[in-house]
Design a protein around this ligand. Sequence first.
Ligand SMILES: Nc1ncnc2c1ncn2[C@@H]1O[C@H](COP(=O)(O)OP(=O)(O)OP(=O)(O)O)[C@@H](O)[C@H]1O
Length: 313
Amino acid sequence: MRKGKPGGSIAIQLEDVSKIFGEYRAVRNLSLEVNRGEIIGFLGLNGAGKTTTIKMLLSLLKPSSGSIYMLGSKVDAGNYKLWDKVGYLEEATFYPELTVMENLDIARRMQLISDRKSIDRVIQKLDLDAHKNKKAKKLSLGNKQRLGLAKAMIHNPEILILDEPINGLDPASVVEIREMLLDLSRNFGVTIFISSHLLEELAKLVDRIGIMHEGQLVQDIKMDQLEQSLQKSLVLDGRNKGAITRILTEHGYNYAETTDGRLALTEGCAIAQPEKLAELLVRSNQPPTHLSVVTEDLEGYFLRTIRTSRRMH
Ligand SMILES: Nc1ncnc2c1ncn2[C@@H]1O[C@H](COP(=O)(O)OP(=O)(O)OP(=O)(O)O)[C@@H](O)[C@H]1O
């Protein structure tokens, strides 16, 4: 596999990475490339291996096997130079009695940045100007998260790694954070690796989604492809379901029962020509009381992906 070169287009590269705790394989043979400026969402249920992967990216954990490169440079505990280029936010922490400026000044000094202008820069970038003299404890939830991001970005990193940054935020703050991350990626070329279990939210932000399940990457899909991968089904209902299912079987249609007791057909011919099925049922004296083509939602796609991967492994 080609390595991401220092000036190349690949920002993050994992090559066959596994992490084993005792007997337990928390991450299994994970290979992934993230391009510069791309926003990738890393999605999975609790325990899927997201945080373990993030900790390996940050060299807080050493992979049991495989290699990780960021900006063309191998990630390991001794590679300090890399941390000038990577920002990380898990949970927004700050000194509540200090102002936004004072909090950022502490972050600046901890990063050993001598240039005090770095504070003004990050305040501009994250639109915190109106709040810079407020005590951190007085900020709204969204602005607290902004301050957390500002701290993670004080050194102007090229890669931003965020572990569940929108957890627990109110809807307005979620929108704010989303717009800000989009701005960082589109206008400043920052590569963003963001983990979450909220697919609906991720979908509005990311270019690509990687779905982790039981330590494995079971799906890696671009958002524009995702749209086409959403399953369509023809959902129908009628007064005598027993009679309808018999007719369907006689005519070679496969069906499944939906959670609300209706019948769902996923074959292309049924979806393309629902009128044929309607005609058939009317002719058979079982007119449908409901007939509609439904597109699966993202949550449904996520759960189906996980279920399919369970059957395969
Ligand atoms: N230090 C450790 N020792 C043993 N097992 C661990 C350790 N760290 C994580 N695990 C296990 O590895 C699995 C993956 O955990 P991880 O925290 O990466 O999941 P996650 O996808 O981030 O989930 P969550 O959303 O709950 O944080 C879990 O079953 C967890 O119990």
